[in-house]
Design a protein around this ligand. Structure first.
Ligand code: CO
Length: 153
């Protein structure tokens, strides 16, 4: 008896070079935006943090080894303020954790990827981040995150 060969098993998670760092939700107000996550039983990780370079105030909720980040604009010209005006509150981007951001940017650029920022920028909690263009991301804004040595990754 012959049949289709079984599909190869996916690589174990430990062998992939990416993990989900966070999902980011745009909200006009951190307090009202927090309500569903608090009701779900999630807890903020540390105090809220302002990331001036991105014009956002961030509240992070721990979910397993990842975070849900709420982003609230700190100024009218914040990209998140523009997002809220155009699309309303909701999922803003997803972020993947990488061990070496510079190397990953170089590798992806060589493969034709388009970044919104040419150089890594400062993110929350001492991270370095870079955003890929949502058109490259097939409609989704994808962020790459490198944690400081000894934290995560
Ligand atoms: Co992010």
């Amino acid at each position: 008896m012959t049949g289709p060969l079984p599909e190869p098993l996916p690589a174990p998670l430990a062998l992939t070079h990416l993990t989900l760092d966070h999902l980011a939700i745009a909200t006009p107000d951190l307090e009202s935006g927090s309500a569903p996550y608090l009701a779900l039983g999630l807890h903020p990780e540390g105090p809220d943090e302002t990331v001036e370079g991105q014009g956002v105030r961030v509240r992070a909720f721990v979910v397993g080894g990842s975070l849900i980040e709420l982003l609230s604009p700190t100024r009218p010209d914040s990209p998140v303020a523009t997002f809220l005006t155009r699309r309303g509150a909701g999922l803003h981007h997803l972020a993947l954790r990488v061990a070496d951001l510079d190397a990953e940017m170089e590798r992806l650029r060589a493969a034709g990827a388009v970044f919104l920022n040419d150089e890594p920028r400062a993110g929350r909690a001492g991270t370095r981040v870079a955003f890929l263009h949502p058109k490259w991301g097939a409609g989704t804004l994808i962020e790459l995150v490198e944690h400081p040595a000894g934290h995560g990754a």
